[in-house]
Every structure is written in C-alpha cells, then in structure tokens.
Design a protein around this ligand. Structure first.
Ligand code: NAD
Length: 422
C-alpha cells in the first residue's frame, strides 16, 4: 500500500516507519525542513529506541517532503499533526484543520482513505474533518473517499515496541471499505481489533489517558499521606497492584506526570466537559494534585538548605520521563522556574534532552555529564527516572542533600536523602 503520513513527529514517524517495515511505501509530509532532510538522510529527527535501525533498513520504501502533492499517489493518508492545548486548556485544532485544507486539492480521482491519528476530541472527525474536506473537494465521505479515526496509544521511548505489539487496535471506521483497509494494514501486528464509530474511537483515547493520569495522581495523593504517616507507599502500591482489578502500572508516586499527552488531554477533556455542561470534578482534582507535586520538591529542599539564593542546585533529568528527549510539560520545568524565582544557581543534566530544554531556559548551566552538575552543588533534585541516576557520585557535592522525585537513588548512605512521597 502507498501511505502518506502528514506530520513526522513522535507519532507520525513511528507510524510511517513501522508501516514501511511491514512492506508499505511511505511518504512523510512535514512543514519542518530539518525533519524532512533528516528523514531523507535516514537520520531520526527524534530519539526513539530502535528507530535508527528500522529507518535504515527501510530506506528504499521511505521518503519525506514538504510538498502535499505526495497525497495524490497515496492509498491512505494518516493525519498525525499535533493537537496542543490552547491557553485555556481547550484543544487547539488549527494544525489538523491546516493539514486537511492542504490535503484537499490533492484528493484526486482515485478513491483514498483519510485516517485521523492525532488525538482529537469526540466529534472532531465527523463534525470538523469530514465537513471541511467535503466542502473543499465537493466529494462525499464514505462514497468518494474513506475515513477512519485511529487513536494511537504508544509510549514515547518504547514507541516502536508499542506500535508493533499493541494491546489493541481501535478503528473508528466511517465506512466499510476503510474498515477493511485498516484491518489489512494492521494485520501483521496480530493484535485484537476493536471496530467502532469515529466519535467513540476519539473518546476511547481521552478516556484511556485520563484514567492513567488519574491513577498517577491517586498514587501521589496516597503517597503524600503515607509519607506523613510513616508508611512506605511503594510497599502499599505493590500489594495493591497485585489485585488484577487494579494492575501494578502507573502506581509509582513521585513528581507527577508530564509529556505531550496526559496534561493536555486531561485539560482538553475538562474543557470539553464544561462545554457540555458536565463538571469534571475528578479530572480537575487530578490536575490539581499533579500541579502541586513538583513544587513540593523545592519546598523539601528548602527545609534542608534554608533560603536557596546563590546556592547551586543540580537538577538531574530534564525529559518528562526516561528514554526520551521530549521535554514537553516535563515536571522539571515548574521546578527550574521555582528555583530561578528563589535565585538558586541551577546546573542541569540530562542524557538526551538538553538541547530541547535549552529552548525553554537559556540562563541556566547545562552540564555534559552528571558529575559536572553535582560538583560543589548544595542540593540535588532527581526529576527523571534515568537508570544512570540510580548511582550518582554525590561525594562531589558541597552538601549532599538529595530530594528524589522518582525513587531511583540506590546509594543513599551518607546522604541527607528525602523522597517526595517517602
Ligand atoms: P509532534 O509535535 O512530535 O509532531 C507533529 C508534527 O507535525 C511535527 O513534526 C510538525 O512539524 C508537523 N506539522 C505541524 N503542522 C503541520 C502541517 N500543517 N503539515 C504537515 N506537518 C505539520 O507531535 P506528536 O507527539 O507526534 O503528536 C501528534 C498527535 O498524536 C497529537 O495529537 C498527540 O496528542 C497524539 N499522540 C501523541 C503521543 C506521544 O506519545 N507523543 C501518543 C499518542 C498520541
């Protein structure tokens, strides 16, 4: 099959490269020249485990361009552009609209299927994408072209594994022909397929993300209480997670969730609820707990160090989680902002995410390795669960005050050590 992927970010690139790996020809269309050049040079523009190798071995089936003319030859066109938050938390659909407007002149005479893979609020495919494309092309959805909504559940860092080993594939099919085409495309991954309407598929994605975010904030609230009561919350959650109705995942308390999905998707669902006259009380509390959690790290540091003005604080970890270079909504952002407000001197280290964080904070010191960040520091905040942070050389610090936001530090002897929830 000839596939065109619009938007070669974390989701688009992984989708396209994995479909190329099952024998399809893939053209990426992106507005970012740098990304297009890198893909054509078979150099991954983002970090993902296994991406370099998979891109390399499928080079002859992959190309990238800025030209939407690539849509003309495609059998299936996947929209994978971003859907970030507006200031008020609502979903920003402008990238999706722009890509539909750019696709429209290239729909041609041959039947093709459009797939919405970006995370969009329930009703968007049927209420926005289809009417816009029908208006711009004078064509009829389900007759002249096919439509599917196909939410993506991959985790950054494990994206290729997740895409090729999914728990389930959700296909929100508008028409039978699209359903068949999607079944064929995903057949090699041997996963259960759940077919439903586009609107239900959209809701499945928001519900999954909101539920996982709720588990994390719940674990953090219990963790905060356990700390006060002198109980080890990790023991509690280990036993709780052994209940198959609950499952052990997303129960690690710590500095909270970040990333490009959970915060924006929960906020968008709260906003959608408000528009529908439903007060989303649980999800509001999920966000409130999550916002409070990282700032606690700085409070704990001040408990041990007093005022932070002029003191060097090592921030270990900038990406929102380990194994990715993505800093979007990373919990280290509010922490660094607070440290700067307190006039602390921030020395930061991350194995992959430094260049991305440099675009957000210029005036802090970015170190090439963990030792440089720790040297002569008065305090250290562990923000990301990178494996290498389990054994750091805290002897280099001026005063070994370590506040762990991810429960990764193993060599705690001789430290003034405190965990955020333990
Ligand atoms: P991203 O920001 O990494 O990638 C988006 C890409 O789209 C960028 O390369 C950008 O240059 C490109 N783009 C923007 N406007 C364009 C246009 N008009 N034409 C062509 N290209 C354009 O975003 P992402 O993280 O891949 O997320 C994409 C969507 O998938 C979002 O809706 C997100 O919520 C959803 N999603 C993300 C993840 C994840 O882990 N990142 C997981 C599941 C779902």
């Amino acid at each position: 099959m000839k596939i065109c992927v619009i938007g070669a970010g974390y989701v688009g690139l992984v989708t396209g490269v994995c479909f190329a790996d099952t024998g399809n020809n893939v053209v990426f269309v992106d507005i970012d020249t740098d990304k297009v050049d890198k893909i054509n040079a078979l150099t991954p523009p983002i970090y993902e485990e296994g991406m370099e190798e998979m891109l390399g071995r499928n080079g002859e089936r992959i190309e990238a361009t800025k030209d939407y003319g690539a849509v003309e030859d495609a059998d299936a066109v996947f929209i994978c552009v971003g859907t970030p938050s507006n200031e008020d938390g609502s979903m920003n659909l402008s990238y999706v609209r722009k890509s539909v407007e750019a696709i429209a002149p290239h729909m041609g005479d041959e039947w093709k299927m459009l797939v919405v893979k970006s995370t969009v609020l329930p009703g968007t495919t049927e209420g926005v994408v289809i009417p816009l494309l029908e208006k711009l092309t004078n064509m009829k959805a389900g007759v002249d072209f096919g439509i599917s909504m196909n939410p993506e559940f991959l985790r950054e860092g494990k994206a290729i594994y997740d895409f090729t080993h999914p728990d389930r594939i959700v296909i929100g099919a508008y028409d039978k022909k699209s359903e068949e085409m999607m079944r064929n495309l995903y057949e090699p991954f041997k996963a259960p397929i759940f077919v439903t309407t586009p609107t239900t598929a959209e809701m499945v994605k928001y519900t999954s993300n909101s539920f996982l975010a709720t588990k994390i904030s719940f674990a953090n609230e219990i963790g905060n209480l356990c700390k006060k009561m002198g109980i080890d919350t990790y023991d509690v959650m280990e036993a709780v997670g052994m209940d198959h109705r609950i499952a052990p995942y997303f129960l690690n308390s710590g500095a909270g969730f970040g990333g490009s999905c959970f915060p924006k998707d929960v906020s968008a669902l709260i906003s959608a609820g408000e528009n529908a006259g439903i007060e989303m009380r649980i999800l509001r509390a999920v966000m409130a707990v999550n916002d409070a959690q990282p700032v606690k790290m700085v409070e704990l540091l001040k408990k041990h160090l007093g005022e932070l003005g002029g003191k060097k604080v090592a921030v270990m970890g900038l990406s929102f989680k380990a194994e990715t270079d993505d800093v979007r909504d990373s919990r280290s952002i509010p922490v660094i902002r607070k440290l700067l407000e307190e006039n602390a001197e921030v020395s930061a280290y991350d194995p992959l995410a430094t260049e991305n964080m440099r675009k957000i904070f210029r005036g802090i010191e970015y170190c090439r390795n963990a030792d440089d960040a720790l040297r002569n520091a008065h305090g250290c905040l562990i923000m990301t669960d990178w494996k290498e942070f389990s054994r750091l050389n805290f002897d280099l610090m001026e005063k070994p005050v370590v506040i762990d936001g991810r429960r990764v530090v193993e060599n705690r002897e001789g430290l003034i050590y405190e965990g955020i929830c333990w």
